[in-house]
Design a binder for this molecule. Structure first.
Ligand SMILES: NC(=O)C1=CN([C@@H]2O[C@H](COP(=O)(O)OP(=O)(O)OC[C@H]3O[C@@H](n4cnc5c(N)ncnc54)[C@H](OP(=O)(O)O)[C@@H]3O)[C@@H](O)[C@H]2O)C=CC1
Ligand SMILES: O=C(O)[C@@H]1CCC=N1
Length: 273
């Protein structure tokens, strides 16, 4: 990947996270370009990462080995149709858009193209992301390696055998950081209501989230066993967990992830034509 040139179409939140991760990993600024119609976004990403920015998508992709489509699903069709006549040299197309299928991208790009559809997440900014990847039949072994290098530069990259599983990946890890942030918000607010200063409640919550995640990753036993080790019989944790379960916590989590996966499939249906 050290000699590959990467162009990002769209310089929003997710592009910034990926570019930040790639730069932190040592990819030189002059290997990365980004385009965005927003002058503010362009200025921000150029200032933060020292990369070259363009108003024109067609200019940004000149000479690119990899074109990362990082725009909202709703504008993907227009963006791809405008890019199609400007694509030369058969670059690898990497799409990070939720709910946009390889078939739609191929259709809009006007010819069979090597496409990797992936679902990353924002902790990519800290190189702590995780992505699910799916390659269409046009992707060469070298391009597959390139896509994996790109995404594993910013975290864990996991290949999927079936494209449809991207909906589940979106529900679990694409949207997932927001669920943990919600829990952090709720625990901080609850700690404050219990009398802690807000800052103390926030720091206790954050360090607990970090410690628990690190423990779960490092441990050779599963999360359920780690939970049991915190839960003394008739103790405080048991009181809390029983309250979560009485409120239908697990079922609610399932419903929430079902809704996210369903929305991903709906986007494909609504925007795929
Ligand atoms: N945010 C996340 O956690 C994740 C997002 N994704 C996917 O990543 C994609 C981007 O999401 P996110 O970064 O959050 O969105 P953002 O809105 O932050 O970024 C998209 C950027 O694209 C710009 N844009 C709009 N039209 C064009 C165009 N024609 N050409 C080039 N750029 C354009 C937007 O400008 P303007 O704002 O002016 O319209 C914006 O700056 C989405 O498809 C989403 O599904 C995937 C995984 C996680
Ligand atoms: O909310 C969304 O649609 C995007 C995709 C995954 C995370 N953010």
């Amino acid at each position: 990947m050290s000699h590959s040139r990467i162009a990002f179409i769209g310089a929003g939140n997710m592009a910034a996270s990926l570019i930040g991760g790639l730069r932190a990993q040592g990819l030189p600024a002059d290997a990365i370009r980004a385009s965005d119609p927003g002058a503010e976004q362009r200025a921000r990403i150029a200032a933060e990462h020292g990369i070259q920015v363009f108003e024109s998508n067609a200019e940004a992709i000149q000479g690119a080995d990899v074109v990362v489509l990082a725009v909202k699903p709703q504008v993907m069709k227009t963006v791809c149709q405008a890019l199609a006549p400007n694509l030369s040299g058969n670059p690898l197309i990497v799409s990070i858009a939720a709910g946009i299928t390889c078939a739609s991208l191929e259709n809009w790009l006007g010819a069979p193209r090597p496409i990797v559809r992936c679902m990353p997440n924002t902790p990519a900014l800290l190189r702590e992301g995780v992505s699910g990847l799916y390659a269409n039949g046009e992707v060469s072994a070298a391009q597959k390696t390139l896509a994996e290098q790109l995404l594993s530069a910013v975290g864990l990259a996991l290949w999927l055998e079936e494209e449809a599983l991207i909906d589940a990946v979106t529900a679990v890890s694409g949207s997932g950081p927001a669920y943990f942030f919600l829990l952090i918000e709720a625990m901080t607010a609850a700690g404050e209501k219990l009398g802690l200063p807000r800052d103390t409640a926030a720091r206790l919550t954050l360090q607990t989230a970090l410690g628990a995640a690190r423990m779960a990753v490092a441990s050779d036993v599963d999360a359920a066993e780690l939970r049991r080790r915190v839960t003394s019989p008739a103790g405080t944790t048991e009181a809390a967990i029983k309250t979560f379960q009485a409120g239908g916590f697990e079922a609610l989590v399932q419903q929430a992830l079902d809704a996210a996966a369903k929305r991903s499939a709906e986007l494909a249906e609504q925007l795929g034509q």
